[in-house]
Design a protein around this ligand. Structure first.
Ligand SMILES: Nc1ncnc2c1ncn2[C@@H]1O[C@H](COP(=O)(O)OP(=O)(O)OP(=O)(O)O)[C@@H](O)[C@H]1O
Ligand SMILES: Cc1cn([C@H]2C[C@H](O)[C@@H](COP(=O)(O)O)O2)c(=O)[nH]c1=O
Length: 210
């Protein structure tokens, strides 16, 4: 069986985590082995870098370099081996988040991010490791802020103003426009059941679940 790589994206509080476990269960019910992971993070080293990125003040380039360093370790240690074993890798965020947060939100140069993407995810002869499917939970920043206000103490990104998340959302929209086949855009401003229905439909629509 060939490996399958799915990523989940959206602004903070968009509702990704709520559905990743449910999708893992759906794949396990089909007899698939599932690797659940997240970015930044997913390895001991990358989790240390996550702690820095989410808690320390730094400029946009430092943030970009740290998330790509974490990604390199994660890709080498976890994602590629799991795909080689034929597993389903469900990853809470991947490189689209860097283009959205560091590129869109922070305004860091997109061309430089493209070079780093090639370095970190290049698999030879110009090919790039990318998810087969990216599920983008699209939620207005005002709604996400309301959801998060009652959910947890905000980290460095979650404390950003609404205008930052408007730019992050534009960053995601640009990534979708550049690679529409890979993306499923989900209206996350619905009940949890309705969002799950759309998530399941997106995965089935790609022929990844019966
Ligand atoms: N459809 C929904 N309607 C109302 N509340 C929701 C919905 N989906 C998730 N929530 C709630 O919103 C909050 C954020 O959800 P969740 O943690 O799944 O988002 P997330 O995208 O994983 O966020 P982050 O990326 O910041 O970790 C949680 O309290 C969750 O219970
Ligand atoms: C991969 C990645 C993530 N971020 C930001 C986005 C979120 O605010 C946090 C991760 O927190 P989550 O609760 O696990 O969603 O990190 C980023 O700025 N750049 C990235 O590449």
């Amino acid at each position: 069986m060939s490996g399958l790589f799915i990523s989940f994206e959206g602004i903070d509080g968009a509702g990704k985590s709520t559905h990743i476990d449910a999708l893992a269960q759906a794949f396990r019910a089909q007899g698939r082995v599932v690797t659940l992971s997240r970015e930044p993070g997913g390895t001991p080293l990358a989790e240390k870098l996550r702690g820095l990125v989410l808690n320390e003040a730094m400029d946009a380039m430092t943030e970009a370099l740290l998330v790509f360093a974490a990604r390199r370790d994660h890709v080498q240690q976890v994602i590629l081996p799991a795909l080689a074993r034929g597993e389903v890798v469900l990853c809470d965020r991947f490189t689209d988040a860097t283009f959205a947060y560091q590129g869109g939100g922070r305004g860091f140069d997109l061309q430089t991010l493209g070079v780093l993407e090639q370095w970190v995810q290049g698999t030879g002869e110009g090919a790039l490791l990318q998810p087969q499917l990216t599920i983008w939970f699209d939620l207005p920043p005002s709604v996400a802020a309301q959801r998060l206000a009652s959910a947890r103490v905000p980290d460095k990104f979650e404390s950003q103003p609404q205008a930052f998340f408007e730019k992050v959302a534009q960053g995601y929209a640009q990534r979708l426009a550049a690679d529409p086949q890979r993306f499923a855009r989900i209206n996350a401003d619905q009940t949890t059941d309705a969002v799950w229905r759309d998530v399941a439909q997106a995965v089935k629509g790609k022929g990844l679940l019966p």
